[in-house]
Design a protein. Structure first.
Length: 570
């Protein structure tokens, strides 16, 4: 500290220093062991004077900095005569003591407004801080002009220094402890919190076509999600998601085999809006229960105990993935190979290999209770999917390479999309090896081109045989189309199609008619939508899905689904 005594010592203390007398205690009401309490008391007793130990330290540090810079020294309010202090009068009882400190030792400095403010109360700690400042000044004078300080003055100062040695040491210790506590608070300022997020999506939809008209009518459906996102360290996240829905699949009117004598195939999933389970009971369920936490700087783990799929862990690359703001259909949102079966709990992770390149992976169990072993369930004796994806995220280009191995006792390789035969259901347990390539390139802020290819090699273990399933799509994205915040999109592709089976027995088991070994024809999925962003929370997205040759059978007339989606996201 340097020359800050005018900030800390009132007139009364100036007298004590001048005459060499010092009471071991100030007024009891003025001594506070806790610095926070000290500040509060001082501010309460004298609102105009909020000087505290903290201000002393700050002022001293500022003064030291300025003293080290000669060109700034003219800015100091140096007091060379007590007459410069406007609020100190010759009639004041401590005038002579203050005059001696100012003019004899030069260790007093006033406020910038040329006041001394000698009437405010002072604590014992403030006195120790001020005394230490004056002692520093005295030591400078001793070094420069030893003959200028008398033995009597030195004896007085030594006595003061010895008497307040413990207070000075205690003061330094308290400052060090305070700094440590502040650093700890800054480093751990996050406290466990839970944030609420609400998403409500409504759909007004209807299907049109030669057969679709007869089996559909205009409907209003919804899906509601409430997320409770909690964090305990600021870097982890515990998500508990409640969901309710009355969504039902839209029937394309397609007939499996192309004639009315065979089973209806209109509910294949080709018109599915969302990947989650469809239900008409409006019941509230726990749709997601996931805990995400980092391990070091490169690795993040995910623990899931409810419905889950790879999209909860990895980047699907295509910008249409969000069910509330992206494409209207499930197929338009994501490559179907991400959804081989109904995954229900598991563990996954992201490993950052280098900047922009990560390896994502997971192991998920199948069925409603994968943690309860049974005939067709459980992590190790039931269905599962294990997958890994290499993801590259550049400034403009993003792509992902996915491999997924699955086993399902009864759900085949159902991907929630495509034809009935492409699910490979009916031939007993099925092992699937799926491969996905997805990419997206942003040409400029208003145009992106993307797409994917998905291929699954399925092996039936009951009626032994192999089957192959293929799907692909191209996507066009138009951010800020027409207005900032709005969004346009186009999807053209082929939903999952059975392209081959190894034998007639397998083909018949999974329902192919007339001795066929693959889907009869190729149907295409054409989708267009335009999201109108009304504000930060509400958007309206009109659009349509056009399915040519539903169920990949040209004998089924085209079906067009018109949709108006309204999304409330808070």
């Amino acid at each position: 500290m340097n020359k800050c005594l005018g900030k800390a010592i009132p007139l009364g203390v100036a007298v004590l220093i001048n005459v060499g007398l010092l009471s071991p205690m100030t007024q009891a009401g003025e001594i506070r062991e806790d610095l926070g309490e000290q500040k509060q008391v001082n501010a309460t007793e004298n609102p105009e004077n909020t000087t505290s130990l903290e201000q002393i330290v700050q002022y001293s540090e500022s003064l030291n900095s300025r003293l080290e810079t000669p060109e700034d020294s003219d800015n100091l309010e140096q007091v060379t005569s007590v007459s410069q202090l406007r609020d100190v009068q010759p009639t004041d009882w401590a005038f002579q003591a203050l005059q001696s400190l100012v003019e004899r030792y030069g260790c007093i400095e006033g406020y910038p407004d040329q006041t001394y403010r000698g009437n405010r109360a002072m604590t014992r700690y403030e006195f120790a801080a001020g005394l230490n400042s004056c002692l520093d000044r005295i030591q400078e004078l001793i070094a420069a002009l030893p003959q200028g300080v008398s033995k009597e003055d030195l004896d007085k100062l030594r006595r003061l220094q010895e008497e307040f040695a413990s207070e000075l040491a205690n003061l330094r210790g308290r400052i060090d402890a305070l700094e440590a506590r502040v650093n700890k608070v800054e480093a751990q300022q996050f406290s466990p919190t839970t944030k609420l997020a609400v998403e409500v999506i409504t759909y007004i939809s209807d299907a049109f076509g030669e057969r679709a008209d007869d089996v559909n009518q205009t409907t209003l459906s919804y899906r509601t999600r409430i997320d409770f996102n909690s964090s305990f360290t600021g870097k982890d996240r515990l998500r508990t998601r409640l969901q309710a829905t009355n969504l039902r699949p839209i029937d394309t009117g397609a007939i499996f085999g192309g004639n009315s004598e065979l089973s209806p195939a209109g509910l294949t999933g080709e018109t599915r809006f969302v990947p989650s389970t469809l239900s008409g009971n409006n019941e509230v369920t726990i749709n997601q229960l996931q805990y995400r936490f980092p391990v070091g700087d490169r690795l993040t783990f995910y623990l899931d105990a409810a419905s889950t799929d790879p999209t909860y862990v990895t980047d699907t690359i295509i910008p249409f993935i969000d069910t509330a703001t992206g494409a209207l259909s499930n197929f338009g949102q994501v490559n179907p190979v991400y959804f081989p079966i109904g995954n229900q709990a598991g563990i996954g992770g992201n490993f950052l290999i280098t900047k922009g390149l990560s390896l994502d992976f997971a192991y998920f169990g199948e069925s409603g209770t994968p943690n309860l072993p049974g005939n067709k369930q459980g992590w190790f004796n039931g269905g599962y999917s294990a997958w890994a994806q290499l993801v590259y995220s550049g400034e403009k280009l993003k792509f992902g390479l996915l491999y997924l191995n699955s086993y399902s006792p009864e759900f085949g390789v159902d991907t929630l999309a495509g034809s009935s035969a492409a699910k490979v259901i009916g031939a007993g347990p099925v092992v699937g090896n799926s491969y996905g390539l997805q990419a997206n390139y942003r040409f400029n802020p208003n145009f992106e081109l993307g797409g994917w290819v998905g291929y699954t090699a399925a092996r039936a273990l009951g009626i032994k045989g192999d089957a192959e399933v293929l799907n692909y799509a191209a996507t066009l994205a138009f951010p800020d189309l027409g207005k900032k915040g709005n969004y346009g999109g186009i999807v053209f592709g082929m939903q999952p199609k059975l392209i081959s089976t190894s034998n007639a027995a397998l083909a018949a088991a999974i329902g192919l008619p007339d001795g066929r070994r693959s889907d009869r024809d190729t149907g295409f999925h054409i989708e267009a939508f335009y999201r109108i962003q009304l504000n930060d929370y509400i958007s309206i997205t009109p659009g349509f899905l056009w399915l040519t040759a539903p169920n990949h059978d040209a004998r089924n007339p085209d079906a067009i689904v018109g949709v108006i989606r309204t999304s409330f996201v808070f």
